[in-house]
Design a protein around this ligand. Structure first.
Ligand SMILES: [Zn+2]
Length: 241
């Protein structure tokens, strides 16, 4: 168990015992503002899929109406009346559809008939995700590289895998690692590199309000741990090493 999950479990226990105090709450606020994740797995309840998507849309729609009402919005206005349901459908069917493993893309592998053994890099895959600490958009690009073994993957499947893990409440570090892990699993190789450069609306539109900065996260494993291989990958991206 790593340090971060120890930290998380510490808080969970306090909350289970019902004696969380304000200093702990402020530490949890700090975790959110620092965009620190607690584990590689997306934290999900055991019964996350006990209710259907249709039921989830109903419940979220009701609660979102409550949020808007609390903010003082007049939900009888034609412009706002449909918003709670629109947001609920967007959450369940679109921006958070990657929570549900049923939506995981099926990946077919092809025999590496050409015997291509060099690096393959899929550049500029759009990343549209959501910060799990503020529920604000994260958007940027992912660049994925791997060195083919006996099997290769259909190129668009790499995009699908990036998309699937992006469509969850995320922290960028976990997103990067989840994509890398999945690719290693399906490609049956450790020779995988993932590089994500993304902007966080929660940094740009609130908090420090710093515009134009972006966050880079990387995952290199297998042959990519070799300095020359990594340099080749970075050169292909056109980035400084
Ligand atoms: Zn955030």
């Amino acid at each position: 168990m790593n340090k971060m999950s120890d930290l998380k479990n510490g808080y969970s226990d306090e909350y289970l015992n019902g004696d969380a105090n304000s200093s702990q709450i402020s530490v949890m606020d700090d975790i959110g503002d620092a965009h620190v994740g607690t584990s590689l797995e997306t934290p999900l309840k055991k019964d996350a899929f006990a209710v259907s998507d249709a039921e989830k849309i109903e419940v979220i729609s009701r609660h979102f109406r409550e949020i808007m009402d609390t903010l003082g919005m007049d939900l009888t206005d034609d412009s706002l009346a449909g918003t709670p349901r629109r947001v609920a459908k967007m959450f369940v069917n679109e921006v958070f559809s990657g929570i549900n493993p049923a939506n995981k893309p099926a990946v077919t592998l092809f025999e590496n008939k050409y015997g291509y053994r060099n690096m393959l890099v899929e550049k500029g895959i759009p990343v549209q995700s959501t910060c799990e600490h503020h529920f604000q958009p994260i958007f940027g690009k992912a660049h994925v590289g791997y060195i083919a073994g006996d099997q290769v993957i259909g190129l668009s499947k790499i995009n699908r895998i990036v998309e699937y893990y992006s469509k969850r409440p995320q922290v960028q570090e976990r997103l990067t690692m989840q994509i890398a892990d999945e690719l290693k699993k399906v490609l049956k190789t450790d020779d995988v590199a993932v590089y994500i450069d993304a902007a966080h609306m929660c940094v740009q539109a609130r908090g420090v309000e710093h515009h134009g900065c972006s966050t880079v996260t990387t995952s290199f494993s297998g042959k990519f741990l070799n300095e020359n291989v990594r340099k080749e990958f970075m050169d292909i991206l056109g980035k400084e090493k």
